[in-house]
Write a protein that binds this ligand. Structure first.
Ligand SMILES: Nc1ncnc2c1ncn2[C@@H]1O[C@H](COP(=O)(O)OP(=O)(O)OP(=O)(O)O)[C@@H](O)[C@H]1O
Ligand SMILES: [Mg+2]
Length: 165
């Protein structure tokens, strides 16, 4: 069985991620969304919230699983008996870092292959960081994140503003 791991922070999940996961779920028997624990010291959403969102968004896709991991990705892949790491490529700017990671991961574990996929064009400029920035400045992110994420972003913003007031 071909199991793929799609690792990331997903803080929050965007339509760019969703696009890549749909492509992966057509290509591999199983794709595991692996939420990295502790990557960012001050994330907007907790790991648990991010897992909840991803599970809800992909509840109807039987071969999409959501999990968390920390430590070396290749060790996690080995534990999950995964042969593929999926990464998304948006622009040339992603390439340098992604190539470095892919080659380092190959050095650490020859059995795992990194596969890159490109999202649909409208999502090529979408990143979690940009989404958070736009929301914090009062902008609208409908259509570039799942509806559920859009709702949760608004709730977070309100909660933060209430705290500050
Ligand atoms: N819009 C997108 N289209 C295609 N791939 C994407 C997109 N956004 C993220 N990815 C890919 O998803 C994987 C996980 O990314 P990550 O969780 O870091 O998201 P991100 O949007 O880059 O977040 P941040 O802005 O916090 O870095 C990476 O391989 C990244 O290149
Ligand atoms: Mg990123």
């Amino acid at each position: 069985m071909s199991i793929a791991i799609y690792p990331g922070s997903f803080d929050p999940l965007t339509m760019g991620h969703v696009d890549i996961i749909h492509r992966g779920s057509r290509l591999f028997e199983k794709i595991v969304i692996a939420v990295l624990i502790n990557a960012d010291k001050s994330p907007l959403f907790t790991v648990q919230e991010r897992v909840e969102v991803a599970r809800e968004v992909f509840r109807d896709r039987a071969n999409v699983e959501v999990d968390t991991f920390d430590g070396l990705l290749v060790d996690y892949a080995r534990r999950r008996q995964a042969s593929v790491i999926v990464r998304g490529l948006r622009a040339v700017s992603d390439f340098e870092y992604e190539m470095q990671m892919a080659l380092m991961n190959r050095r650490l574990n020859q059995e795992v292959e990194t596969v890159f996929m490109m999202p649909a064009e409208p999502y090529t400029y979408v990143s979690s960081r940009l989404v958070k920035e736009v929301v914090s400045l009062g902008g609208n992110v409908k259509g570039i994140v799942p509806d559920m994420v859009e709702r949760r972003l608004r709730e977070k913003k309100l909660a933060r503003e209430t705290l500050r007031a």
